[in-house]
Design a protein around this ligand. Structure first.
Ligand code: AMP
Ligand code: GLY
Length: 417
């Protein structure tokens, strides 16, 4: 099988590695890819989506796997172009990917399908948004578009809300677009992933990510400083509720609204005192949750994704390890406000009992690895117990060094559940 994976981050490194470990190892290509990914997958000489799909056609690609969301909604959309070219694609068409690309669309979908979620009002102007907040703090403000994880603010007071509204609606930091004023929910968060094939689905191992830069969940939000994944993370009765009240109605809603979906769908869920509620949808796997979940997936991921892209949910091809997996992110100096490139990474050869996925690295001409981005590496270990997975992941992370390295020491602890 010849597979092309689209994306370049730690998530795609984990996906490529999991696909490569399928029982009949496929030939893998990656676009745009990274130096580390290119050790497992060949690069593709494309310049954009159109040339990428033309390349896939002329190189007999059997399956396209969408890792990163942006390509799903760029131009005509990756899955739409693949469909036109007759190439099976694991990742949804542009219309369905609006679930991630437009928070207003997602909110409308949730409400139409009676799926539990926070109340929200879409606003065009600063004054309209202030009126919608109606003095109720904390409030949650969301830019209605892709903003690389930076378009959401939980505002404790009027000053912070005014600051965000000014940045987004007046200065248009993320471009033109509306803002959703949303009721603030409370409770632990969980990321649930389903592989959806039309009207059927398979729920993967749930995970939790650690969004803030500092231990104990302090400091600014990041793309994710680590993750923990396990079937045991969510009690069976809660998972059954998530499935009955959120996953099944979402899959039914997609079908009813004429939005065919084949690919991973990520449900960002808050376990509120009154039950699970949807915070967001993402039309892809999570990053860094993917790096934590993939080592727990056993079986034939390549065969599963190909069959799914062709319209058959082959749940017989996969099983999920019952244990725990912990993913510790190593970030570069200055992250999340900035990042630092060119710091030499030492200790990678010493890692035995863990997996290392590269997010922001580059290989020098001399063959050394150096930092090349904010989140640099993900160090992942799994074990039967959470304590053992935590100990192994952190012990492995201790082996790696570079100037300005930042990491959390509490990844895998569930102190905020
Ligand atoms: P999102 O990009 O929609 O996932 O939002 C980023 C983060 O903001 C979430 O992971 C939550 O921690 C927080 N958040 C989003 N929506 C809400 C909400 N309605 N109530 C409380 N926190 C929220
Ligand atoms: N871990 C959060 C995300 O992938 O959006």
């Amino acid at each position: 099988m010849r597979i092309l994976v689209v994306g370049k981050g730690g998530r795609e490194h984990a996906l490529v590695r999991a696909l490569a470990e399928s029982p009949e190892p496929p030939t893998i290509f990656c676009f745009p890819g990274s130096d580390a990914i290119f050790e497992l997958a060949a690069p593709v000489p494309a310049t954009g989506l159109e040339s990428l799909v033309a390349w896939m056609q002329s190189h007999a690609i059997d399956l396209c796997v969408a890792g990163e969301e942006s390509y799903l909604v760029t131009g005509e959309g990756l899955a739409n172009l693949c469909a036109r070219a007759g190439i099976p694609c694991w990742g949804p068409p542009k219309q369905a990917a609006q679930l991630e690309a437009s928070k207003e669309f997602a909110k409308g979908f949730l409400l139409r399908n009676a799926i539990p979620t926070a109340r929200a009002t879409a606003c065009d102007t600063f004054d309209e948004a202030l009126a919608a907040i109606a003095g109720e703090y904390p409030t949650v403000l969301k830019f209605d578009g892709l903003a690389a994880g930076k378009g959401v603010a939980v505002c404790p007071d009027a000053a912070s809300a005014r600051g965000f509204l000014d940045e987004v609606l007046v200065q248009q930091r993320f471009g033109a677009g509306r803002v959703l004023v949303e009721q603030c929910l409370t409770g632990p968060e969980v990321s649930v992933f389903a592989a959806i094939v039309d009207d059927d689905y398979l729920i993967f191992t749930p995970a939790r990510d650690y969004k803030r830069i500092g231990d104990g969940d302090c400091g600014p939000n990041t793309g994710g400083m680590g993750a923990v994944a396990s079937r045991q993370l969510v009690p069976p009765d809660v998972l059954a509720r998530i499935e009955a009240e959120i996953v099944r109605p979402t899959v039914d809603g997609l079908r009813r609204e004429g939005l065919p979906y084949r690919g991973f769908l990520y449900f960002g869920i808050m376990l509120t005192p009154s039950g699970p509620q949807v915070i967001e949808y993402n039309c892809r796997f999570g990053d860094p949750e993917c790096q934590a979940v993939m080592p727990l997936v056993r079986g034939d991921l390549a065969g599963f994704c190909l069959a799914g892209a062709q319209g058959r949910l082959r749940r017989d091809l996969l099983t999920f390890d019952a244990g725990w997996s912990v993913c510790v992110i190593l970030a570069s100096a200055g992250y999340p406000d900035a990042s630092h490139s060119g710091d030499r990474i030492a200790g990678l050869d010493a890692i035995g009992n863990a997996r290392v996925y590269h997010a922001g690295t580059r290989k020098t001409a001399a063959g050394d690895w150096e930092t090349h981005g904010g989140r640099v590496l993900a160090v992942v270990a799994d074990a039967a117990s959470r304590a053992e997975a935590v100990a192994r992941a952190h012990a492995a992370a201790d082996q790696i060094h570079f100037a300005g390295l930042q990491r959390r020491r509490d990844i895998g602890l569930l102190h905020f559940s």
